[in-house]
Design a protein around this ligand. Structure first.
Ligand code: HEM
Length: 111
């Protein structure tokens, strides 16, 4: 079974010389990749110690990028933290994103 890592632990690793991030509920230690990232150091530092799934997907990374990612896998985000993120209603992260995206629209209709 893979190791479970809490969100609080991931948050501690948010520095250039100690950089973890979460993508699709998996935790990666990309400290050694920082200087090699074709997208630059800043884009990784931006999501250091947190969930970078949206940012990673928004760029439209290649399958090669996903292969590279595997080398840095260190464990899974703790089930407890995944549950907190999803909330009681939405079933998938995609649904959660849609809800977030829809929020400003609703706001404009109301105002
Ligand atoms: C740690 C996981 C990541 C890996 C392994 C990774 C890997 C790569 C690779 C291999 C490329 C070259 C293009 C490609 O093959 O798709 C790339 C480009 C890029 N990445 Fe990442 N990336 C990661 C995370 C991120 C994150 C979190 C962001 C944004 C916050 C980001 C932003 C970019 C950008 C903007 C480019 C485009 C560079 C250009 O075309 O000029 N990457 N990345």
């Amino acid at each position: 079974m893979s190791k479970e890592i809490s969100l609080a632990t991931v948050k501690e690793h948010n520095k250039p010389n100690d950089l973890w991030l979460i993508i699709d509920n998996r935790v990666y230690d990309v400290t050694k990749f920082l200087l090699e990232h074709p997208g630059g150091e800043d884009s990784l530092l931006e999501v250091a110690g947190r969930d970078g799934t949206k940012e990673f997907n928004d760029v439209g990374h290649s399958s090669e990028a996903r292969e590279i990612l595997k080398k840095f896998y260190i464990g899974d985000l703790a089930a407890e933290d995944i549950a907190k993120k999803k909330g009681p209603i939405s079933a998938t992260p995609t649904e959660a994103n849609q809800e977030t995206a829809a929020a400003p629209k609703q706001c404009c209709i109301l105002h």
